[in-house]
Write a protein that binds this ligand. Structure first.
Ligand SMILES: Cc1cc2nc3c(=O)[nH]c(=O)nc-3n(C[C@H](O)[C@H](O)[C@H](O)COP(=O)(O)OP(=O)(O)OC[C@H]3O[C@@H](n4cnc5c(N)ncnc54)[C@H](O)[C@@H]3O)c2cc1C
Length: 514
């Protein structure tokens, strides 16, 4: 593996919401040579990761792998060495002999992806082979490992978020240990596959579920086995609807058989609502996407729309704040009205609709997962907080996803409503966020924060959100995998410490992997 030190001592995330003093920033790349097959390059990079860990064990300098560097929280930050994984972007189709005879699906459903591959690259590569991701975030510059590690979500209300299509993880944990981990209850690969990666296998549901959303704390995720779906189309539609009692009932029950206004009884695959905080109309922009079989003769949405219909709040606002780099609510208001015009019968593949990779502008985003029954209380709280601590220069939105199987997946409710508040990076926005989060506590609204966005949490709050048993389960799994305190130290960052997730359970190691 190539390692190029950039001699950088300060690192900022993509939206420049913080800066972090670092020891160095290292670009990683696969060693390309004409005599190396992709598999050999991959295995050589596994060796490279083990050598890196060895040198960090000797120096005690922490290290963290970066994905797309898109997170707003300091989840990817470290005072030590940051590793740029984006050039590690190999991907592999899976042959019939690499699949376990107990696997419930087929080898065509599987795809093995090196950690730095971006979601955008994945969409493009899968399209060529007639396959699709089942879901992703709305914007797509994250890497597969980075998106997974915080539980990135879209609005696939009965499918869930990124961790739900991950069925195997190849993780490098020590100078001489790397494992392929999958669920015991869901066998996927054969010994032939793991032999090719020269890795040991762990079949363990608890460990796998804990590692899914682990923000760099479980070692270096080198490869991710994903389940894809046959290429499909979304039939998309946007309605402007009054946020009245009918819509409130739909948003808190998701019962489309008794749904509001023009919404038919067919349950959408993707369901999302955007609110314009400036409009006096009480309107909501309700977007639904239905999954349809792929065919070649559809009008591609990209050619029809100046504003991509799959674009999310941060991407939309970023473009505005790039042109108007100050708080101009009236501009946001009029552009929101212009963007969210009703449409129907617009078709596109997942990769075409969710295609944005731009990260312009001074944008902030905070998101919480809540039980669907709490949706209208949270929306009311946002309105009130906007009056008392706003007005915010931004928008808020609601997306729905099925419960995550990841131990610390923040979409932990069945199903989860994810409420996101996006706005201009300013003191006003932070004051608003603080007041909103205080409001959640005062109103006793249970919630979990998106790990990669602005968040206000600590060990006590995490235990309240997830349950102390669940937090212990995650810590125990970490100890079981990493085993050594010095390894735990190099894979710990300050944010984890502030959350109390650096704890090493005394009784956590009895279940050691041998
Ligand atoms: C414009 C924009 C739009 C967004 N839209 C959405 C959205 O629609 N839905 C949503 O849920 N979120 C969204 N987000 C948030 C974003 O998806 C998450 O913060 C995501 O985790 C960022 O992924 P990344 O690849 O940039 O990883 P980073 O932010 O670089 O890292 C995230 C975490 O992954 C870890 N990590 C990365 N690679 C590895 C590896 N190989 N091994 C171990 N750990 C690793 C890092 O250490 C870090 O802890 C958006 C962000 C932006 C900037």
């Amino acid at each position: 593996m190539k390692k190029i030190n950039r001699n950088i001592r300060e690192w900022k995330n993509i939206h420049q919401t913080f800066s972090q003093t670092i020891e160095n920033y290292t670009d990683l790349a696969n060693e390309y040579a004409s005599n190396l097959t992709p598999l050999k390059m991959y295995n050589e990079s596994t060796e490279g990761f083990m050598q890196l860990i060895d040198s960090h064990l000797q120096s005690n300098i922490p290290l963290r792998v970066l994905g797309g560097e898109w997170s707003w929280s300091k989840v990817a930050a470290s005072s030590g060495i940051l590793l740029n994984s984006k050039p590690l972007n190999l991907s592999f189709g899976i042959g019939i002999n690499s699949v376990s005879s107990s696997y419930l699906k087929t080898f065509q459903d599987l795809y093995f992806v090196q950690c730095g591959t971006s979601i955008r690259e994945l969409n493009d590569r899968l399209r060529i082979i007639g396959r699709s991701l089942p879901t992703s975030g709305a914007s797509n510059g994250q890497t597969i490992a980075g998106a997974l590690s915080t539980g990135t979500h879209g609005a696939a209300l009965d499918f869930g978020s990124v961790p739900e299509f991950v069925v195997g993880l190849h993780i490098v944990v020590d100078k001489d240990r790397h494992y392929y981990i999958e669920r015991e209850s869901y066998p996927v690969v054969s010994g032939r596959f793991t032999n090719q990666l020269k890795t040991e296998v762990i079949k363990d549901d608890e460990l796998f579920n804990a590692a899914l959303v682990s923000f760099g704390a479980f070692g270096i995720i080198h490869g991710v086995m994903i389940e894809t779906q046959p290429l499909f189309l979304y039939e998309s539609r946007l309605d402007i609807m009054n946020y009245d009692n009918n819509l409130k009932t739909l948003l808190s029950a998701l019962d489309f058989t008794h749904s509001a206004g023009t919404i038919p009884s067919e349950r959408p695959y993707h369901f999302q609502v955007v609110f314009n905080p400036y409009a006096a109309t009480n309107n909501a922009y309700v977007s639904r996407m239905y999954k349809r079989p792929y065919n070649n003769s559809y009008n591609r949405i990209a050619s029809d729309f100046e504003w991509n219909i799959g674009e999310d709040g941060p991407a939309f606002l970023g473009k505005i704040f790039d042109i108007f780099p100050g708080p101009v609510p009236s501009v946001v208001d009029s552009l929101l009205r212009a963007k969210y015009q009703p449409y129907d019968n617009k078709f596109g593949t997942h990769g075409e609709i969710f295609s944005n990779t731009s990260t312009n502008g001074k944008v902030l985003s905070l998101a919480i997962g809540v039980p669907v029954t709490e949706v209208n209380r949270v929306l009311e709280l946002i309105k009130i907080t906007n009056r008392t601590h706003g007005p915010i220069n931004g928008l808020y939105a609601l997306r729905y996803v099925a419960k995550s199987s990841a131990t610390l997946g923040f979409s932990k409710y069945d199903p989860t409503a994810i409420i996101e508040i996006d706005g201009f990076n300013s003191n006003t926005m932070y004051h608003f966020y603080t007041a909103f989060v205080n409001g959640l506590e005062t109103e006793n609204i249970e919630h979990c924060f998106h790990w990669g966005k602005v968040l206000y949490t600590n060990r006590q709050k995490l235990e309240k959100s997830y349950g102390s048993d669940v937090i212990k389960q995650w810590l125990k799994a970490r100890k079981k995998l990493l085993q050594k305190d010095e390894l735990m130290a190099i894979f710990t960052n300050d944010l984890m410490k502030s959350w109390g997730l650096d704890e090493i359970l005394i009784d956590g190691g009895e279940d050691v992997i041998t």
